[in-house]
Design a protein around this ligand. Sequence first.
Ligand code: ATP
Length: 261
Amino acid sequence: MSTIIAASRAAATRVLPETPALRVDNVSHFYGARMALKDVSLTAPQAWFTALLGLNGAGKTTLFSLITRLYDTRAGAIQVQGYAVHRYPGEALRRLGVVFQARTLDLDLTVMDNLLYHAALHGMRRGEARARAQEVLVEIGLADRARDPARNLSGGQMRRVEIARALLHRPSLLVLDEPTAGLDIASKSAILRHVRLLVQERGVAVFWATHLLDEIEASDHVVVLHKGQVLAEGEAARIIAQSEAPDLRGAFTVLTEGAGT
Ligand code: ATP
């Protein structure tokens, strides 16, 4: 081997690739005999919008349950900001904000108390929590609703509060499971716009599960999940080009038909 090649190889081994915000390696999950995820590997890059695209039953919620440690990962490994969730759950979960598919606000508590309760779970001191809660309510345009019981909010407003609550402890990775489900067009686009701004202006990494192709932009990082398996991963524009389809809808059809459905 020439000295130049040896030197360049040595240099290359010193350059570690950037740690992704989320890394899933060879994860499988079964409910009894039913396979929900099979050998799933994917990444969500730092400060980027990643869409987890899959139809109903693809396995998106199961993957979220594993990332958030609702279920134990029995096969494979999941890392949040380089921390394995099963080995360093505290470190991993501290860096993670979660918006679940089901509504999770306590409807009888005020908006502010919903936020303070969550802040307490993250060990924030009362004064800091209150200041931070006010800050996030201003950001989502609901500062004037702080004293209202959560049940008085519209579906879109509740979702915004859930996103604000997930951001209270300043996580660097925000995962959202079909966050626009059940919302009208205006609320959907307001939420998508807000989350995209978090990526652009704050450098938050977003992992957004959806079955809606129109929520995805050409520069997004996309993971196509189908029947528990990853069929493609990469920039949306690249997935479209590789499938030789005119758009993402066409690419999705090519991929899922190729997978035997
Ligand atoms: P949706 O968009 O409808 O929420 P999804 O992509 O989130 O779907 P999952 O809810 O993860 O998909 O479901 C993946 C597979 O696992 C499906 O076949 C589903 O029926 C099955 N499944 C999910 N939860 C359970 C459970 N608790 N017990 C048994 N099977 C389950």
